[in-house]
Design a protein. Structure first.
Length: 420
């Protein structure tokens, strides 16, 4: 129980027949009256919610399809092989899931004598500051850097650009992806549970998330010859590749909402659509897909989305959020080979009246919504693996109310690195 109620409505003890009869008459009158008032209040709430839902449903963008909402939520990991319950002290359950569901790396034959075959794979992480901390406070950042040693087997046939917003929330992010700026930035629609909701609307150059450090490598077989950018030819200087060596690279893209409109271009209104188009054009060229495969995409949403609860009641928020989750997965589906969805953490020491909306109940409900969306679509079930971290996170050390401590980030991030 998150909240405890004290029973202050108990009837007083009756000490005489007269007072007993008087009180019985009193309660006979009062109880039906209270029941009538209660029913009127409930009817009014349902009327208000219905009006808001009809307003949403009237918008063409919000056609809530039954497939997005009409399945039972999986209750156990054994019933849904695409869900595992994460335990920092015992990875067995999640190891069993990922080992059978993650796509196999692309086999690549090195040029030269020996006909050596190596494994190649790419990983991209998407999310808010909780995902950024996971990426930057663990081995993930170094392991996915193609200019590192790559376990003594660097990819010597590509050139790579390092893209980094230098931990500056107002860094011109469009330049990282060679995006054009739109003529006009269109604010988010709260009725669609879009974001950003804080900071960014008044600062359209900046990121709502002050600690979301975009960092990735853009690689190609062909040197670009741009004198204004740092381009690195990956060199094999610390060893030689052997059969079954593995080469990987990737990065972290900041997106704070399941339907995020921070990064807009003349081509697309949302951050996700622009990212997906960039990946398809730049990462997923025929040559790179042939030699590396499409990237595995690791995501989390909910921490910022829940801020829309200030404007939407829970029923409306759930439907909007589920619509957006389905939309974001379908938007990235052509660009990603597989999704690893990391559920939301929460703080078990939130107290009676938590000061933030990221409560245990709200974050668990966000995870439930995501599972409903995945569970309703066989195609998504086949390509999304859900890691449920909610219970494991509750009483682990936190950096603040929302963010986990560095040890958690290292443990979870380094475990994911073991698959790279």
């Amino acid at each position: 129980m998150l909240f405890q109620r004290h029973n202050s409505n108990a009837a007083p003890k009756l000490t005489s027949t007269t007072s007993s009869n008087r009180n019985r008459k009193f309660w006979k009158v009062l109880v039906p009256s209270l029941a009538t008032i209660f029913l009127i209040v409930i009817a009014k709430q349902e009327q208000d919610t219905g009006a808001r839902m009809r307003h949403l449903a009237s918008k063409p963008e919000f056609e809530f399809k039954a497939t997005a909402t009409s399945t039972s939520t999986p209750t156990t990991a054994t019933a849904t092989p695409w869900v595992c319950i994460y335990d920092p002290d015992d990875h067995t359950e999640c190891d069993e899931m990922l080992s059978t569901r993650l796509p196999r790396p692309t086999k690549y034959q090195l040029p030269g004598p020996g006909n050596q075959l190596i494994d190649r794979q790419r990983w991209l992480f998407f999310g808010d500051s909780t995902m950024s901390r996971l990426y930057h406070h663990s081995n993930l950042k170094d392991r996915l850097n193609p200019n590192k040693e790559q376990e003594n087997c660097p990819a010597a046939d590509i050139t790579c650009l390092e893209r980094d917003n230098k931990r500056d929330r107002c860094f011109p992010r469009h330049s990282l992806f060679d995006f054009e700026h739109p003529k006009e930035w269109i604010p988010p629609d709260p009725l669609k549970a879009e974001g950003p909701l804080t900071f960014y609307p008044e600062n359209p150059i900046c990121n709502e998330c002050s600690s979301c450090n975009i960092y990735f490598h853009e690689c190609s077989h062909v040197p670009r010859g741009n004198d204004n950018e740092t381009e690195t030819q990956v060199q094999s200087a610390h060893g030689s590749c052997t059969n079954n060596s593995k080469q990987v690279y990737g990065g972290f893209f900041a997106q704070n909402y399941a339907r995020d409109v921070e990064i807009q271009t003349p081509e697309f209104h949302t951050t996700q659509e622009n990212y997906a188009a960039y990946i398809s054009r730049t990462w997923n060229t025929p040559e790179l897909v042939r030699d590396w495969g499409k990237p595995i995409c690791v995501m989390r949403e909910g921490m910022h989305d829940i801020l829309n609860r200030r404007e939407l009641d829970m029923d409306v928020f759930d439907k909007s959020f589920m619509y957006n989750i389905r939309w974001v997965l379908k938007t990235y589906q052509p660009a990603c080979q597989h999704f690893v969805w990391i559920g939301n953490t929460a703080n078990g020491n939130e107290g009676i009246d938590p000061p933030y909306l990221q409560t245990m109940e709200n974050m668990e409900e966000c995870d439930t919504d995501v599972k409903k969306v995945i569970g309703s679509d066989p195609e998504l079930q086949s390509m999304v693996s859900f890691i449920d971290v909610h219970d494991a996170s509750l009483f682990r050390p936190h950096a603040d109310f929302v963010h986990m401590g560095e040890d958690w980030c290292k443990d979870l991030g380094n475990w994911l690195t073991s698959y790279m």
